[in-house]
Design a protein around this ligand. Structure first.
Ligand code: TXA
Ligand code: MG
Length: 342
């Protein structure tokens, strides 16, 4: 099956939007950029269309999808009620990288919610995503447009690597901005709970809400996560990734150890650390003082190194403030090993 590719990275042309929307109304699956990562979309109200997403990605059926909406009325069509707190959050953060878990009225197909009584909804802010949503006139289920287990795609090329020939189309809108996925916030309990840290930070939420909790499973690996997707291996690069927790000298020592063993080593680090290392295979992802910049570069860095060339990737740890919480959540999942300075 041929995957059609449209390029709208310099100007968004209406024909492309209409063609993508028509495919979606015809129960096909199409990938497009959002402000976080590329999503793989299908009609959220149509079970057979949604099934194509699961098949293309190889995604486990018990992992529910986020429903993307182009307006607030579509939210009302999907849920039994919108709590006051959710209204406030939508006013403040939509369109944008915040997904709200609300009580489902089962308008979304049952495979979208994996049989749960709740549904995840978000309004993306990327103009391509918004225009396709509006042209299709449908709520669109869209997980990240990667093969299950791989790092999420932040460029159309990443979608192509994973899904070429398996989906109807890819709308190339250039690199996405935020670089990590949306924050998933459960609004069905008295105090909202962060199930997945993401583009809207806990600090952002605390400006609006009197209290925010964090799913205990995000802190303690022994806890069962409330978000089904959080239990799976994720974001994995091809080569084993070792997460180094310590200062720059400690990182330098670990790199030397590995090089002495003649292992082909790549490094993913901040500009600051990269500048101190004597090594030639390094991806510098931005300043450690600018965590949004690191988030924007992270998945591209994780995808960059191939098993055939690299035996081990050493990666720096970042401060867990702001979007750093999302960065570290993804790196903890991507890592095969952690090496901690004592
Ligand atoms: O930024 C994003 O959120 C991107 C773009 C494409 O919008 N999408 C994305 O989707 O990251 P996905 O499928 O890769 O991640 C969805 C997450 C999973 O962890 C899933 O378990 C959780 O949301 N989720 C979905 N519905 C849920 C529900 N009803 N209750 C709890 N967690 C839910
Ligand atoms: Mg995903």
């Amino acid at each position: 099956n041929q995957t059609k590719i449209w390029n709208v990275s310099t100007t968004i042309n209406e024909e492309t939007i209409q063609e993508a929307a028509a495919l979606l109304r015809d129960q096909q699956v199409v990938a497009f950029p959002t402000e976080t990562v590329y999503g793989l979309a299908a009609d959220a109200t149509h079970e057979a269309a949604v099934q194509r997403i699961f098949e293309a990605k190889g995604r486990p059926a018990d992992n529910p999808l986020i429903v993307h909406v182009g307006n607030r009325d579509q939210v009302e069509q999907l849920v039994t009620e919108i709590p006051e707190v959710a209204h406030r959050l939508m006013d403040e953060f939509w369109p944008g990288p915040l997904t709200l878990i609300l009580p489902s009225n089962h308008t979304a197909a049952q495979n979208v919610t994996a049989g749960l009584d709740t549904v995840a909804v978000r309004m993306p802010s990327h103009p391509v995503a918004l225009q396709i949503l509006q042209a299709a006139g449908l709520p669109l289920a869209a997980p990240s447009a990667n093969r299950s287990g791989r790092p999420s795609p932040t460029e159309a090329e990443h979608v192509k690597q994973d899904l070429d020939g398996r989906i109807s189309g890819i709308v190339d809108g250039g690199p996405t901005g935020v670089g990590v996925e949306s924050t998933v916030l459960d609004c069905t309990s008295e105090i909202p709970v962060i199930l997945r840290p993401g583009g809207v930070t806990k600090e952002d939420l605390e400006r609006i809400l009197p209290e925010v909790m964090v799913d205990p499973a995000l802190v303690d690996q022994k806890e069962q996560p409330k978000s089904p997707g959080m239990k799976y291996t994720h974001y994995a690069p091809e080569s084993p990734l070792w997460l180094i927790e310590g200062d720059d000298d400690f990182f330098q020592q670990q790199l030397l150890h590995i090089k002495e063993e003649n292992r082909r080593t790549a490094v993913i680090a901040s500009n600051e650390l990269a500048g101190k290392l004597d090594h030639d295979v390094i991806t510098a992802c931005g300043s450690r003082e600018n965590l949004p910049e690191i988030a924007g570069q992270l998945y591209r860095a994780l995808r960059q190194y191939k098993k055939a060339d690299i035996d081990v990737i050493l990666c720096e740890s970042f401060e867990e403030k702001g979007v750093g919480a999302a960065i570290m959540n993804r790196l903890q999942k991507a890592a095969t090993q952690k090496i901690t300075q004592h």
